[in-house]
Design a protein around this ligand. Structure first.
Ligand code: C2E
Ligand code: MG
Ligand code: MG
Length: 399
């Protein structure tokens, strides 16, 4: 082992701190700093200590590991952390999520008593693992007026991400995801404009622009021999207007596409304030033949109450439970329960956020119907999607 950076141990137990320091030196650590609790460790960092790695206990007097990770996120967010703890896995899982939310990169958990083999493995991982991309890259701060001007100029286009049947491996559909082809910023992702439009109650123009392009693409793709069903995203804020379903149907049929070849994905991000008009719209969309999908199931307001009152045809399990679910027993239980619920209600279950072969294998073994995620393909423009479908031919994921 040859790592050149110094390591900071944050551990209240004198004996364990000494054992860990000795193991690290034996494994080739250049220098080892130690602190008996979070407060002492923060003081070291504020005095200018710049460790390349932190190994941190959770249960400590004065300032515990959770509070220390919060401080670390502010002081040195790029320094990787290993948690050394004997606490139960569910608690460690929630600490891992917390670290992520504070922007701290957690490399792993070292179970106590610490063994040299496990320590060496984690150190090797810390040497080689690149800094993971943050969930949300910096958002250019667009004003509502700028976004609306972009919509008026038709600068927004759909990118298509394939949805694959997990049994046959065939591409059976796509989700149309909005992208802003910005004249100076290039391709801009939805988080930079959706929320602004929703908050101002001005999302409809984008919804219709996307719907029209997605419906045209569906017709073209089907004419090219691809039997795809196209999913689009519908904001709940749009559902308050009782004319929505008819306008949506008019646009889709006007493009020469049958509503039964389209799915409306709905995420309930806020309590539906106008419940009656929302239910009127959703019932009418279903009656016209659209599929209805409950998006991001398991988060926010995407709840059992919604399932009971809306005629959904599909349940999309939130990617937060899917990515890495094979290694997270809690996520796996939640996914299994969601799949049972979906199948009990005769809905298609979609796993969104399949990033690895392990995710694919785990979801397939659990009986999930459809898969979507970076493991299959990222969202792409229409020409690339068509080319993808042609070359994918049955799929490389089927196992
Ligand atoms: P969503 O509907 O849940 O869409 C899935 C998001 O997950 C997409 O992000 C997609 O690129 C991303 N994704 C897919 N597979 C993976 C994966 O394996 N790993 C990871 N980490 N991410 C994956 P995107 O395109 O940035 O869209 C974000 C959200 O913006 C969408 O979430 C949807 O809620 C909203 N959105 C996108 N287009 C529209 C639109 O036309 N209208 C409305 N109202 N909302 C839209
Ligand atoms: Mg969606
Ligand atoms: Mg989703």
């Amino acid at each position: 082992m040859n790592f050149t950076q110094s390591i900071l141990i944050v551990e209240d137990h004198d004996f364990q701190r000494r054992v860990l320091a000795r193991m690290l030196s034996a494994l080739g650590a250049r220098s080892v700093l130690d602190a008996a609790n979070g407060r002492a460790a923060v003081a070291l960092l504020e005095d200018g200590a710049r460790p390349g790695l932190v190994i941190c206990d959770l249960d400590m007097p004065e300032m515990d590991g959770m509070a220390f990770i919060r401080h670390l996120g502010k002081l040195l967010p790029d320094v990787p952390v290993i948690i050394a703890s004997a606490l139960d896995p569910a608690l460690l899982g929630s600490v891992a999520k917390m670290a992520d939310a504070y922007g701290v990169r957690l490399i792993g958990v070292l179970e106590k008593p610490v063994t040299r083999v496990h320590l060496a493995q984690l150190l090797a991982a810390s040497d080689s693992s690149p800094r993971r991309a943050r969930a949300a890259p910096p958002v250019p701060g667009f004003t509502l007026a700028e976004i609306e001007a972009g919509i008026a100029n038709h600068e927004f286009i759909p990118f298509f991400q394939p949805k694959v049947d997990m049994k046959s491996g065939a591409v059976v559909g796509a989700e149309a995801l909005a992208r802003w082809k910005h004249p100076t910023h290039g391709i801009v992702a939805p988080y930079a404009f959706i929320l602004t439009l929703e908050k101002a109650n001005r999302i409809d123009a984008l919804t219709f622009l996307m719907l029209e392009q997605a419906a045209h693409a569906t017709r073209r793709l089907r004419e090219a021999g691809l039997e795809v069903t196209m999913s689009v995203n519908l904001s709940t804020t749009s559902l308050a207007d009782v004319t929505l379903a008819d306008r949506v149907t008019g646009i889709v049929t006007g493009c020469g596409t049958d509503p039964k070849h389209m799915v409306q994905e709905i995420t309930e991000t806020a309590a539906m304030t106008a419940l009656a008009p929302a239910l009127e719209n959703l019932s009418r969309l279903r009656m016209k033949g659209f599929g209805l999908s409950i998006d991001d199931y398991g988060t926010g307001f995407a709840s059992l109450a919604q399932l009971a009152r809306v005629p959904y045809t599909e349940l999309k399990i939130d990617q937060g439970f899917i990515t890495g679910c094979g290694e997270h027993p809690t996520a796996q239980v939640i996914v299994e329960a969601s799949l049972a619920l979906a199948h009990g209600l005769k809905l298609k279950a979609v796993a969104e956020g399949i990033e690895t072969q392990a995710d694919w294998d785990a979801l397939k073994a659990m009986g999930c119907d459809l898969a979507q995620g970076y493991f299959i393909a990222r969202p792409m423009d229409e020409a690339a999607f068509l080319a993808f479908c042609r070359t994918y031919a049955g799929g490389w994921c089927v196992s």
